[in-house]
Design a protein around this ligand. Sequence first.
Ligand code: E4P
Length: 215
Amino acid sequence: MKFFIDTANLDQIREAQDLGVLDGVTTNPSLMAKEGIKGQDNILKHYVDICNITTGDVSAEVIATDFEGMVREGEMLADLHPRIVVKIPMIKEGVKAIKYFSDKGIKTNCTLVFSAGQALLAAKAGATYVSPFVGRLDDISQDGMDLIDDIRTIYDNYGYETEILAASVRHPMHIIQCAKIGADVITAPLSAIAALLNHPLTDKGLAQFLADAKK
Ligand code: E4P
């Protein structure tokens, strides 16, 4: 399973990279705004800075919602760095844009996916990644993991190569559940990834070993 970090914060990306378990980065306009990145030039530079920290794919989201605008923006983003993945929302024009980029060999991440039907469309259009938002489904009392499970079944039934990138992951149990189902990738905040480290018996056992080593 690949681990992506879901942030535009360079320090957190560096920390995850240093841990040695980072396979890529996802961003979105809200995460960029959270870091105070404004203006097209600064935004484009920030994507390049992220690419220079991680060795994996970096999702950069288009703002346009029409086909021509998405193609224009997506081509500009893809030209920034070979590891940029053009992130495109699951709307009608977005499906057309995913097909366009797929035909040109440019990687895409279909975002804002909340149903199995949307994920099927994204795969048929040739998306590299599909991003079902598990946490936001949980927020409205629908089990986000059921969606991951349904998409896994559908993709396996037909051998679709689109990778399931479980997004809106909020805590370590989301990561474990995704791994059990067989999601290809999770994208999560650093806090959720780091929380996988913790177990009180590990701390207690280590304290004992260190105390015994002094005897
Ligand atoms: C995915 O690519 C999104 O950036 C992200 O996971 C959304 O997460 P949120 O629901 O916590 O905002």
